[in-house]
Design a protein around this ligand. Structure first.
Ligand code: GLC
Length: 644
């Protein structure tokens, strides 16, 4: 059961689409309404588990931490970072009492969860306008399902979006892209798309292309498509200020940009230099922005990643100073600079305004919704422009944005701890509704190496978004750059052999408001402390290697089938209990749950060759519900399921 309680006059964040009954009683939490904030406290039992908060640092069990929902561009994030790129204000307590609460406000929210052993949850909503959704069910899984139903149907990507993608900040010319295609083809490593980072643009300007490098982008897109490869350009939140240029001029004419204190259009410095931010809170501006994607769809493009939409600001018309050099200077100057930057950012966020249904609203007060509304604008635009499904994922998000697109978890680092972070994130973002998600496989900052990339790929093979992405100063990170191409081919090809399962499980979960990835304890109570094993879909348990080495401990909560993939599948029964698992870097081991089946497809290197005619079934179940369609149609229903 889910109920809603309203404090003050909150804006509609669009997070929840279902009709929810309004109640006055707040169960479990004590409430204190103060001058500028509402504070909720709730005592915790010593063994209570607290799930939630989606994309945040820390463990899946959020106890012991302090987290702040305030969407922030946090390259090089570490354990101590209270905020990442997203705000997923949902907490689920699993103890004697089981309940979930979603604190629905676009304002900043601070969560202290048994912080410094306080023995309580303390949530400070830095606003007096709020919708509080309370969910009571008899298990954590049931609580999440009630939330996901209330959010509404999840985004459905096309089948090709489940293929392997390659990306790098720095690909610039057609040759950079064709080299990537060649590198994968020559080594028979599967590939389905390549992301175009900001260097494809003319002066880092959205909805433009560097004509010198790409005199015929449409032709180039088609050439690659003929080889089964799609191009996926980045789109940043800020629109470059460039008088005379059509997109800019139409934005000005329509009044589609955020206003500054003086009533003019706010100027923020990002990659292209000074930009205006579209006012995604304004329906007309959203429509205008969404329509701009026509620039790409006219050229045959069907996939996009939206970036810098917290929004990231390097400097602004109010905080020029040394921030002029932005990102690069930040990286060089370290801590002091970070502190100054934080102050400047707050000042900037307080200095521009949105038009929310005719009312002027300070950005700072609704900050956490900006990225989600960018995703909405582009998703709705693409719905109008295309007659089939498209790939769309965003860096910033808020609960509910999962109806419009997927997310990736931003600028992580090439280190083992961030592979583990990726594992934790997948559990936590799924329970906030973000099924289509993934991290920069291999790591964005710093240099990856053979072992780390192989293990990361072995984990990403199970996440809906499987994209290798790295930053501009790092070593080459494509799967064919580490000599040992056979190992990389093997690990990535596992993904393609699992596709009938991954696609089916994703589509079924999205269509029935279910989770795609779950913490182990959601099906096996008692396993709450195990965070380095996850359930993927209904049939599989994974136990990824998240540390260097070829041996790890795995706990089997029941008898299962152990599957070792080394280019072939080898199944052996595995008994309930603790086992020591040995696996070379070129192998992937996972488990099929008791009474379940796993469909395996033929070896392919591109989605073009995907077919479900000759599937092999592994495991000891009786039947499997396979979802099939043409991978593009929007008309997806559970009627597309057939039983094997
Ligand atoms: C941001 C993105 C990163 C991208 C870079 C350049 O840092 O998070 O993925 O490569 O901008 O566009």
């Amino acid at each position: 059961m889910i109920t809603k309680t309203i404090f003050g006059s909150p804006m509609d964040t669009g997070a929840i689409t279902a009709e929810i009954p309004v109640v006055q009683d707040i169960l479990y939490y004590n409430v204190s309404v103060q001058e500028k904030e509402i504070v909720f406290t709730c005592p915790l039992g010593t063994d209570d588990i607290v799930y939630g908060l989606g994309e945040t640092m820390g463990r899946v069990n959020k106890r012991g931490g302090r987290y702040i929902s305030f969407n922030t561009d946090t390259a090089e994030h570490e354990e101590s970072n209270p905020s990442l790129y997203a705000s997923h204000n949902f907490l689920l307590v699993d103890g004697k009492e089981k309940f979930g609460v979603f604190f629905d406000t676009p304002a900043k929210v601070t969560f202290e969860i048994d912080y410094k052993n306080s023995g309580e949850i303390r949530v400070i909503c830095h606003t007096r306008d709020l919708k509080l959704y309370q969910i009571q069910e008899n298990s954590p899984y049931a609580i999440v399902r009630t939330l996901l139903k209330a959010i509404g149907p999840c985004y459905l990507p096309p089948l090709w979006a489940f293929g392997y993608g390659q990306s790098r900040f720095g690909y610039k010319t057609p040759k950079d892209f064709t080299d990537v295609v060649k590198g994968h083809a020559e080594n028979r490593i599967p590939l389905d798309y390549i992301c175009m980072d900001i260097d494809y643009m003319d002066g880092y300007r959205d909805f433009s292309v560097n004509e010198e490098n790409f005199p015929d982008l449409k032709g180039f897109v088609q050439d690659l498509k003929d080889q089964g490869i799609r191009l996926v350009p980045i789109v940043d939140a800020g629109v470059k200020i460039q008088p005379g240029e059509a997109v800019y001029e139409s934005g000005i004419k329509g009044g589609h940009f955020c206003r500054n204190k003086e009533g003019g259009f706010f100027q923020a410095g990002v990659w292209p230099g000074m930009t205006h931010f579209p006012d995604f809170f304004d329906e007309n501006a959203r429509e205008w922005f969404g329509n701009q994607y026509q620039f790409y769809t006219n050229r045959g493009i069907e996939g996009f990643w939206n970036d810098m939409n917290e929004p990231a600001i390097f400097y602004s018309e109010y905080t020029k100073g040394p921030r002029k050099l932005g990102f690069f200077l930040d990286m060089i100057l370290g801590e002091k600079r970070k502190e100054k930057k934080k102050q400047d950012l707050i000042r900037d966020y307080q200095s521009f305004f949105h038009n929310v249904e005719g009312k002027r609203v300070r950005h700072y007060d609704v900050h956490n919704l900006f990225g989600a509304l960018m995703t909405r604008a582009s998703s709705e635009g693409l719905q109008r422009l295309l007659d089939h499904r498209f790939l769309l994922f965003s860096r910033s998000s808020y609960i509910g944005a999962s109806r419009y697109g997927g997310i990736w978890t931003g600028d992580n680092t090439s280190k083992w701890e961030h592979l583990m972070l990726n594992v934790r994130h997948m559990a936590s973002v799924n329970l906030c509704g973000f099924l289509f998600s993934g991290a920069d496989t291999g790591g964005f900052m710093g240099n990856s190496n053979r072992e780390l990339l192989l293990r990361w790929l072995a984990f990403s093979a199970f996440t809906p978004l499987m994209r290798n992405h790295t930053g501009c100063f790092t070593k080459n990170q494509e799967a064919y750059q580490f000599g040992d191409t056979a190992a990389f081919r093997k690990v990535i090809s596992l993904r393609y052999r699992l596709l009938p399962y991954i696609y089916s499980e994703y589509m079924k979960a999205a269509l029935t408001s279910d989770m795609y990835i779950k913490p182990l304890a959601f099906e096996y109570p008692g396993c709450e402390a195990i965070e380095d094993q996850l359930l993927v879909g209904g049939s599989i348990m994974i136990a990824p290697f998240v540390k260097e080495g070829t041996s790890r401990t795995v706990y089997l909560p029941e008898d299962m089938t152990m599957v070792r993939y080394d280019g072939e599948f080898h199944c052996t029964p595995a008994k309930k209990g603790k086992i020591t698992l040995e696996a070379g870097y070129d192998e992937v081991v996972f488990f099929i749950r008791k009474g379940k089946l796993l469909p395996i497809g033929p070896e392919i290197t591109n989605i073009r060759d995907y077919n479900v005619e000759n599937l092999t079934l592994l495991g000891d179940g009786d039947s499997y519900a396979l979802y099939t369609d043409d991978g593009l149609t929007r008309d997806c229903t559970m009627e597309n399921v057939r039983y094997l």
